[in-house]
Design a protein around this ligand. Structure first.
Ligand SMILES: N[C@@H](CCC(=O)N[C@@H](CS)C(=O)NCC(=O)O)C(=O)O
Length: 216
C-alpha cells in the first residue's frame, strides 16, 4: 500500500498520525498542505482539515479514524492492547482528552493568532477543562503509560493534544494544565524523551520557525 500523509508539522493532529506511522515503522510520503476549502482538497478531506491519509483505496480524514485504520492494517507494532476491554479503555482516554480537555481550551485558540478572546469564553473554558482534566486523572494509570504498562494510541493523542492546549492555557490564563493531575507532568516529560517524539517536535519547530521567518 502506498501511503501519503497530507498536512503540516505545526498541526498537533497531523503530528499524532505522523507519530503513529513512525512508531510502527510504516513508510509514507509527506505532502505539505495547509487546511483549505479548495474543491480538490475537499475531495480528500470533506471538512478541509488536516491530517489526511491517502491510501491506494482512497483518503481518510479524522485522526481517530486514521489511527484505527493504521492499527488494523499494520498490527505488527501494536499501539492498542489485544484485549477488547483494554482497547476500549484506551479509546475512552482518547475521547475524554479530545472532548473534555482539548475542546474547551481550543475555544480560545484565537489567542495564538493574536485575536481577542471573548470574556465569557475565557470564563467558561478553564472550569470546563478542569473537569475534563479531573476525569483524565481518574482514568490515567501512569504505569508508566497512560493506559498501563503498554505504550498506546492514548499516549500519542493526549501528548500532542497537550502540546497545543498547554500553549493556549499558558497564554490566556498563565496556567499549566499538566499541574492539575498528579503524574501528568512526569508522563509528559517521559513522552517528550521518546526518540520518535524528538523527531516530530524538531520537525514541528523547524516548520514553525520557517513560517515565522516568512511572515517577517
Ligand atoms: N477532528 C479533526 C481535527 C483536525 C484539525 O482540527 N486540524 C486542524 C489543524 S491542527 C485543521 O485542519 N484546522 C482547520 C479547520 O478547522 O478548518 C481530526 O481528528 O483530525
Amino acid at each position: 500500500m502506498n501511503l501519503k500523509l497530507y498536512g503540516m508539522p505545526q498541526s498537533n493532529y497531523f503530528n499524532m498520525v505522523k507519530h503513529a506511522l513512525h512508531e510502527k515503522g510504516i513508510a509514507y510520503e509527506f505532502v505539505q498542505v495547509r487546511p483549505n476549502q479548495e474543491p480538490e482538497f475537499l475531495a480528500k478531506s470533506p471538512m478541509g482539515k488536516v491530517p489526511v491519509l491517502e491510501t491506494d483505496l482512497g483518503c481518510i480524514s479524522e485522526t481517530d479514524a486514521i489511527l484505527d485504520y493504521l492499527e488494523e492494517a499494520y498490527p505488527q507494532v501494536p499501539l492498542l492492547p489485544q484485549d477488547p476491554f483494554a482497547r476500549a479503555k484506551v479509546r475512552q482516554i482518547m475521547k475524554v482528552q479530545e472532548l473534555y480537555v482539548e475542546t474547551p481550551i481550543h475555544n480560545l485558540v484565537g489567542v495564538i493568532f493574536g485575536r481577542e478572546v471573548a470574556a465569557h469564553v475565557k470564563e467558561a473554558s478553564q472550569p470546563a477543562a478542569r473537569k475534563g482534566l479531573a476525569a483524565l486523572g481518574r482514568l490515567a494509570k501512569f504505569q508508566p503509560w497512560l493506559a498501563g504498562s503498554e505504550f498506546t494510541l492514548a499516549d500519542i493523542l493526549v501528548f500532542y493534544s497537550f502540546t497545543l492546549s498547554n500553549r493556549i492555557a499558558g497564554m490566556v490564563y498563565q496556567w499549566d494544565p499538566l499541574q492539575e493531575v498528579p503524574g501528568l507532568s512526569a508522563w509528559y516529560q517521559r513522552m517528550s524523551e521518546r526518540e520518535v517524539t524528538k523527531v516530530i517536535l524538531a520537525d514541528s519547530k523547524a516548520a514553525a520557525d520557517a513560517q515565522a521567518a516568512r511572515a517577517k
